[in-house]
Each structure stands twice: as C-alpha cells, then as structure tokens.
Design a protein around this ligand. Sequence first.
Ligand SMILES: Cc1ncc(COP(=O)(O)O)c(C=O)c1O
Length: 389
Amino acid sequence: MTPIRNKENFLVFGSPLIEEAEIDEVVACLKSAWIGTGPRVAQFEADFAAYKGTGHAVALNSCTAALHLSLLAADLGPDAEVVTTPLTFCATVNAIIHAGAVPVLADVDPATMNIDPNEIERRITPRTRAIVPVHFAGRSCDMDAIMDIARRHNLKVIEDCAHAIETEYKGGKAGTFGDFGCFSFYVTKNVVTGEGGMVLAKREEDIAHLKVLGLHGMSKDAWKRFGDQGFKHYQVVECGFKYNMMDLQAALGVHQLKRVEAYWQKRVQIWDRYVAAFSNLPVRRPSPVEAGTRHAYHLFTLLIDETRTGVSRDGFLNHMTAQGIGVGVHYLSIPEHPYYQKTFGWKREDFPNAMQIGRQTVSLPISAKLTDSDVCDVIRAVTHFITPK
Ligand SMILES: Cc1ncc(COP(=O)(O)O)c(C=O)c1O
C-alpha cells in the first residue's frame, strides 16, 4: 500500500508555526547589533508576566534551567528529598539531582496521568522539602490537594509547566500556585523560542535571586554593562550558571506569545476532531477535562492496549511513521531508565500506573501548524491500523 504521506512531506511531530512577524523580528534583532540578553528579553518577560497575571518573570535558556534554579532558590537545605512524578521528561528529575536533592517518585492517577496527591502523601518523610508537580499534557494537577499537603508539611512547590502555558485551575493560572512555576519554549511547545524557558516566582526576592543565579552569579542587571548608560562594573556575589535567554530567542517569543490564544483555539479544534474520530476505536483517549479547569491541549495521547487492539504500541508507532506521520512517546516512565534504576534502586513495578501508561502511550501531532488535510491524514493513518471492535 502507498503511504498516506511520502518522505518529502513527512508530518514532523510538534513542528512549530513560525510566522512572518517572528522572521522579521529575528532579522531586526540581527541587524540591531544586540543579539544577546537585552531589551527583547525584557519585553518577553514583561509580556509573559502580564499573560500570566503576575508581576514577575525571568527568561532563561530552557525549562530545565528554570527548574534547576528554582530548586536552588528554594534553598532546600542538606539531604533534601523532592517528590515528583514518574511520568515526566527526564529533565524534571535531573534538575532535582543537579540541585543536590534526592528525587522521590509518587505514582500518577491513571485517569488524569498527573501525580496522585495520595501517593505524594505516602512518600513524605522527615527529609521531604519540596514537591514538583508536572501538569502533564497541559492538564492541571489537583492543586488544592497539592498545596494543602505542602502547607501541612511546610514544603516548597515548584510547578513544572513545560506543557502548561495556557493551563488554569479554578480560576488560577498554572505556575502561580506554587513558590515557582517553570515553562518551556522548546521547539515542540505551545510557544517556541527554539530553546528557552521562563520562571515565575511568588516572592520578589526570589526573582532577584533567579536573575543573579542565571548569569554566573553576577550582581543585578549585569547584562546592561555594555549599554550606552555608562560603563557598569559587576560583582560576582555567588557561583551561578550561564542560563540567560538571548534577544534572538525572545524575538521569536514576543510574537509567538501574541498568538498563544489563537493557537490554543486551533489545538482545541484538532483535539475535538480526534476525540470524535477515535470514539469507536478500542483505544483509550484522554479523559474529559475536569470542571473548573482549562487544559492547554499540548499533547493528545492514545493508549494502545494490545489485548484490546490486537496490535502493539510499538507496532502502531512504526505504522504511523511508515505512513509519513511523526508521533511521540510521552513518556516511558522514569524508573524504566537504567541510570535511575542503578542510582536510586527504583523498580518500574513500584509505579504501576506510570509504567502502564509509558508502555501504551502514543502522542499524535496537535500543533497549530497542522492544516485540515494534515489532520485528515493523521486520522486516516490511525483508523487504517486500528479498527472498531
Ligand atoms: C515535562 C517537562 N519538563 C521539563 C522539560 C524541559 O524543558 P526544556 O527542553 O525547555 O529544558 C520538558 C521538555 O520537553 C518537559 O516536557
């Protein structure tokens, strides 16, 4: 059978929609003689803070950097344990390790795929200092329950909002519940800057600290030192990192952010078409969105249970790729990886919900760049392989 799409028009998973305004801004930035951290980054920070309805945001070069610095700024102290989900990208767990803390996993709720507050409670010890919930796929975690646990045990909360720019929970915006909220603008995300990240923090002093930590530990506003306001000396006040965002990246971000809601609308439409098209297939579709919350519709996942479909998840991945449709796996659960097994003695079976999801999940393309006919191609490719039972 001829594939639905050939090699030349392979549908790249998560391909971003870059429009003329971004291209013009990048060119203007290149011609401006200031491509490093400067006024466009400051603009992007202000715009993002305004979008999230908070006063403070710090742009960095990734969400991984945002998580790392938030965990450092949270000042967790020695021998700290930090509870997070086994169903996440490795960056979440690695950031905890890089911050000098010990990651502790709490399994997910099988319906929401988000960390289960009862499991968090079960994993708390006298050394627990923080929780890192991940708003998986753009679905809000149960923030009432998580913030209640944090209050009762005096824990910091650092929200991993890599999937959750547009997510809301009971009227509040993702990233504004905890002490810190960390966002990603990686190429596949809902707003892209190539590589890029942003941190929100509740306390102004944390914002100031994050800025210092993100640029070598140099004193405040060190990026202004080459400007036209007179030469400025800087002082190194602690041992920081090189995590700053460039104006070249922010040039993309400022225009992408203007379209964040329009892109969200496009993804809602694609999501609804997938839900309708796959309603009679023997696969699990995403659970309905919880009342009082807003989903960011970052990932649309199907769970392929071989005992129901007669085809394996990996067979399905191969079929989609052969049909010219890029797909993703979000994620093989963290305890499936050898490094974590070796270092922490984690067993995949101890987190059965994350393990099962990780072995059955497939993410279909849902970027705002998809055309109507792209969406039709995805639906055709799925329904060729999996038939109603
Ligand atoms: C849940 C989650 N956390 C953190 C990250 C890291 O983001 P970045 O690539 O911007 O460092 C990602 C990126 O894919 C992610 O999906």
